[in-house]
Each structure stands twice: as C-alpha cells, then as structure tokens.
Write a protein that binds this ligand. Structure first.
Ligand SMILES: [Zn+2]
Length: 397
C-alpha cells in the first residue's frame, strides 16, 4: 500500500477484517476451511486466504501431530483488483480472487460489513450500471412498442367490435353527461328564434334518406336523432355529434352560412359520424387500454361504470381519426347529390369555417374565461380543409 494512502485515511477505516468460510482452488472440488483476512482500504485493499490447520493443504504432507494453535500454511494473497463478487442471492455468494481461487463466506453479512467499512465496492461492481440501464431501456422499448401496437394497430380493429357490446342505456348516460358538461362549460341557450330553429330542424331531417317513412330519425342501432341549437362564445362557428344521437349546432355557424344548402352539408357530415357510430368508437379507441382491461375481466358493468367516469370529459376534446372524417364526408357527398345540392356549398362552408376558426384562435384570450384558452376543434378537424376540398372537387367530376 502506498504511504500516502495511509496518511489520508482515518485509522478506524484501516481495521482489518477476518471472515470465516471455505475456499476452492479452482483445480479440484476440494473445500478448504479457511478465514479470509481483508486489510487496507478501497482499491489498495488486499485479500489473504488463511487455510485452517485441518484443511487438506495444511495437514499434508507432514502436519503430524495436528497443530494446536492452528498454524497457517501456504497463505494466498490477492490485490483488490483481482477480487470479484459473484452474487446471485444471499444464499449463493462467493468471491473470486483470481482466475482460480474462490472464497465462500460463512456469513454473508460479515462480508457486507467489511465491504462498507473498507469501501471495497464489491457489491456495487457486481451489478454494473450499464447492464441495469440496458435492460431498463430494452424493457421500455418493448412496452412502448406494445402501446404503439395497441393504440394504432389493435385499437382501431377492436373498438368497433366493443362498441357493439355497449348497452344503449350506457350510451345514453354517457351522452347525457357529456352534453351536461358542454352545457356547463361551453353552451348557452340559442338566440335564434324558435320558428327558425324548427324550420332548420325540418330541413335537416328532410335531407336524410327515406324522409317520408316513420324511421327517418333512426341511426345505426337504437339511437335516435335529436337536433339542438346553442349559443357558444368559446366554440365559435361549430357543430358536433354526441354518441347518443344528439347533434348540436352553434348560432355562429347558422349565421356564418350564406344559405340553407351549406348548413345541410354540415348537418349531413355530422349525421355521417352518428350513422357510423364514430363518436362512441373514437372514445373507445382513445380508452383502449381500459377496453382491454374490460375484455380481460369480461365484466360489462365494470366497464360501463368506467366509461361513464371518464367518457363524458373525453367528449369535449374528442378528435375523429382521418378515416372517420373521410367516411363522414363521403356520406355527406352522397346524400347532397341525392338531394340535388351542389357540392360547391359544402366547399364554401368549409372554407368559411376554416377562416372563422383561424381568426378566433388569433384573438386575444379572455383571461376570465378559462374555457376559451383552448378550443375544442369539433367540426374543424383533420383532414385539413384543403385536403377535404380536393376530395370534394374530385367527387364533382
Ligand atoms: Zn367530422
């Protein structure tokens, strides 16, 4: 040991430790009862195997009679850098001291005490940081991959199937609670005259297929169409559907339109979302981890309760996937054509909505109303308007 090391280390830490155990020479399976003497400090520590007098080595060849004071024969000494801990669990712990010699302590606690007192760092080096980090990163990667797979590959396939199993009563409750949240946070009674509201509702219903039959208002499964008009400062010119069949138009959207045909186009697009059950499926897709949980449990009541806990709040920020928007647009296009309404009206209202929403986003925020700090996009979602217009123009030709 270097003289300098001794000077700088407190004397208490220079104590040597003697541990009982057995040693193996690495050449045979012979166990040598021994003690391990550890002296010195940190990297300057030294390990010495002192074989007991009754060890095979010390008995042979001429230890007759046995030594009474356990005279140690053939001590083996090793520097710290040759010592490595093999550590599987507390019952299986050993110290390799060079390529051949190995020491197994009788009491693992004693080795830990010596390790701490002499700063040997035997236990730290037995779990290299890199390997722990490597495994953690690998596990993170696997988990991320699984979540990606679940969210983008499995969820879109699974959600429509799960949607079919949700009872109508749950959908109605989900929708009613969502509507209540919208009413509290974003909606006020419409300022449109009642007669105008009724006229528009009739116009919208007449644009649907089979308007003369009694089932004109039936959508998808059992949900029926309900049309509402509301005033909303925070939502601006907007329209949106709720999974129970509620379709909400804001006064600003009615005012933005130049004619009824433009409003019918928006109505048919939103009706498309209802017809294909997009709202419920999108909520399920967003909460697919819970949906998977429900599948594992197979308990519809548990899942319904969970859905009712989190579903209404997710409705406000719900964004349809691009596929759903395209499907709703396709439905609106087909139905506009069936009504003999030019697709230019759909184009016009989309352009006006995009302009109106871009402008309202640039207005200074009303700091007293947190609801306006971030607007739900609702009707204006992706695909971005110019892509939708391109698709519309292709349909016209
Ligand atoms: Zn849409």
């Amino acid at each position: 040991m270097a003289i300098d090391d001794v000077k700088t280390i407190p004397t208490a830490q220079l104590a040597s430790y003697s541990l009982n155990g057995v040693a193996f020479d690495g050449k045979s399976s012979q166990e040598y009862p021994c003690s391990l003497k550890i002296s010195g400090y940190a990297r300057a520590a030294r390990f010495k195997i002192l074989l007991d007098s009754n060890s095979p080595d010390s008995n042979a060849p001429n230890s007759n009679p046995p030594d009474t004071n356990k005279t140690i024969k053939n001590p083996k000494a090793f520097p710290r850098r040759q010592a490595h801990l093999l550590h599987h669990n507390t019952a299986d712990i050993s110290l390799t001291l060079n390529d051949s010699w190995k020491f197994v302590p009788a009491d693992y606690e004693e080795l830990m005490q010596a390790d701490q007192a002499l700063h040997l760092r035997l236990f730290k080096s037995s779990f290299p940081l890199e390997s722990v980090l490597g495994w953690s990163l690998l596990m993170l990667g696997i988990i991320a991959g699984f979540i990606y797979l679940l969210a983008f590959q499995i969820a879109p396939i699974l959600a429509p199937q799960i949607a079919k199993t949700i009872p109508d009563s749950t959908i109605s409750k989900l929708s009613a609670q969502g509507f209540q949240l919208f009413n509290q946070q974003h909606l006020k009674p419409s300022q449109l005259p009642t007669a105008e509201q009724q006229r528009l509702e009739q116009l919208f219903r007449q644009s649907l297929p089979g308007q003369s039959s009694a089932d004109q208002s039936s959508i998808g499964s059992q949900q029926s169409l309900k049309i509402y008009f509301r005033h909303s400062k925070s939502l601006g010119a907007n329209a949106f559907a709720l999974p129970g069949g509620e379709l909400i138009f804001t006064d600003a959207l009615i005012q933005l339109a130049d004619n009824d045909a433009e409003l019918i186009a928006v109505f048919l697009h939103e009706y498309g979302h209802l017809k294909y059950n997009h709202t419920l499926i999108q909520i399920l897709q967003n909460t697919i981890l819970l949906s998977g949980f429900y599948f594992a449990l197979g308990d519809i009541n548990t899942f319904s309760a969970t859905l009712l806990d989190i579903g209404p709040a997710t409705l406000i920020w719900l964004k349809y996937s691009q596929n759903f928007e395209t499907q709703a647009d396709a439905y609106a296009i087909k139905q506009l054509q069936a009504n003999g309404i030019g697709l230019n009206h759909f184009e016009n209202i989309l352009i006006k909505l995009e302009t109106a929403n871009t402008m309202s986003a640039e207005e200074p925020q009303d700091i007293n109303n947190t609801a306006t700090t971030r607007l739900p996009s609702l009707f204006i979602t992706h695909p971005v308007t110019h892509k939708r217009l391109e698709a519309l123009r292709e349909s016209e030709n």
